[in-house]
Design a protein around this ligand. Sequence first.
Ligand code: SF4
Length: 342
Amino acid sequence: MAAAASPLTRKDFVSTQDVRWCPGCGDYSVLANVQRVMPEFVDKRENVVFISGIGCSSRFPYYMNTYGFHTIHGRAPSFATGIKASRPELSVWVVTGDGDGLSIGGNHLLHTIRRNLDIQILLFNNKIYGLTKGQYSPTSDPGTRTKSSPEGSIDHPIDPISFALGAGATFVARTIDVDATHMQQTLRRAHAHKGTAFVEILQNCPVFNDLVWDDVQDRKTRPSSSISLVHGEPLVYGTPGNLRGIGMQGGDPTVIELEDDDDPIEKGVVVHDEFLESTAYAFALATLCRPDFPLPVGVLRQTEKACYEDMLESQIQDAIDTHGPGDLEKLLHSGDTWQVPG
Ligand code: SF4
């Protein structure tokens, strides 16, 4: 599907629909970056499908000049499964949000991830239900006051990265709506991966949950509040004069204070490895959260596993080789059948 010299440009992926997100919404940035990288991935728009459920982010397919399905709440992963299984040559993208993907569609997301279809899943996490005007979502912080939690949310939130790792995702990454360069790099990595690529995008909802990711979105505070994951590089964050690293003690992350001229590896800072077969390290990274730790941004884990659509195709071919081509009419009239008199 990758095109060496695509005849398409970003503008070819911009639809004629008016974009109806609130001014300042982080969704605009995600849309612009997806449209920008798409010509690198395909040379025909008709080879791309964007599939969404319900929510603000789920308006995404309207704004992409490709095939698209705006489906029912939480079910985008199931539609994507059907499309990829029957048309494996297509580039299939799921766009969902924290409510759509992790509450209403949690079950569907889990089973799509574990099957490892060769698709991309973009989960916009703004920690709120925006479309229905501001109720707490499965990722809302404890104590979040909304119309549905006036005294503060008492739910224990779910972490999308841990969810994806737990479901057996073969590619798990996190990026930020305002960091165009990082998002484009992450989208390229996700597209290049063979298997389900799960990308959490930290997205600001300025209307109902403004500044929820403020410290990692702000360029000034980002170096200290997030850690950029680069394979083969030590987990160092902060700014000169205030550098720190992440070590592991008994499997638990710890913060290591560093001088500017320290060798971080000698000081015990862990070197990031995306390709570990065990999920233990990636899970440990996923537990890093502010204010005690920086938020990891980048690819946490990628590994290889057979894709569902490939195994399905192979299984069908084996059955044809063994039993010959199927006959639907014969199948329908096999076994016990009877006629209902008119
Ligand atoms: Fe964006 Fe929030 Fe408006 Fe929805 S409600 S479009 S998430 S700003």
